[in-house]
Design a protein around this ligand. Structure first.
Ligand code: SF4
Length: 210
């Protein structure tokens, strides 16, 4: 296959830059504690300085992989598939999710929402970032809003984002891992004062699993 042919397949979402795939326990948000198969797609230009998967940023470093192959692997492990990144919406998610749904699997996505929403999703976790804001369309469709708290200004940003989501969207505040000791007491106090929010922790890191 020529580079050009490969790029055309990538543009159509038939090949995705696959960084890693693994079966584990969802550690965060509404589905925490649930066994799930994770598909981590490479590529992200959002640029969070505290990002814990910076290796994902450059899509070229991750092998273009056929969606059929990804789906074939996923079906061996779990009924719940979490597509994460990187920023998965940099790619057309329709082919991947069509195939996952055809196998009867539950499709979840973790996204900053910075790109057009593609794909068929049973659960959308929107984790907005100040550097590159979500598109307007995703606020209506998000099932959970997960705001990362790195500093005090993130409470303001979280409220701003909560104003935009639909009424059924579940609201989470999650401490950025390196600041958890400093920010957790503030999050606890904030959630008690503003109980529309819930606390989310990166429980997989406490469990020492991926
Ligand atoms: S959006 Fe996610 S993957 Fe991209 S830089 Fe931010 S934390 Fe990292």
């Amino acid at each position: 296959m020529t580079k050009r042919e490969q790029q055309e397949l990538i543009n159509k979402g038939l090949l995705l830059p696959l960084m890693e795939e693994f079966y584990t326990i969802q550690g965060e948000g509404y589905h925490k504690g649930t066994a799930a198969y994770f598909i981590r797609v490479g590529g992200c230009d959002v640029g969070c300085h505290w990002c814990d998967v910076k290796e994902s940023w450059l899509a070229e470093l991750h092998p273009p992989t056929a969606t059929e192959k990804i789906v074939e692997n996923a079906t061996k492990y779990s009924n719940t598939i979490v597509v994460t990144g990187g920023e998965p919406l940099m790619w057309d998610m329709n082919p991947l999710t069509e195939q996952l749904k055809a196998k009867g699997l539950q499709t979840h996505i973790e996204t900053s929402g910075a790109y057009q929403l593609t794909g068929q999703w049973d659960w959308i976790c929107l984790s907005p970032k100040k550097m590159k804001l979500p598109t307007e369309e995703i606020y209506d469709k998000a099932h959970e809003l997960k705001c990362i708290v790195f500093n005090n200004d993130d409470f303001r940003f979280a409220e701003e984002q909560a104003e935009k989501v639909n009424d059924n969207c579940i609201l989470y505040l999650q401490p950025e891992w390196s600041k958890r000791d400093k920010m957790m007491p503030k999050i606890v106090e904030y959630v008690m004062a503003n109980p529309k929010w819930k606390v989310s922790l990166q429980t997989h890191k406490y469990l020492n699993i991926p």
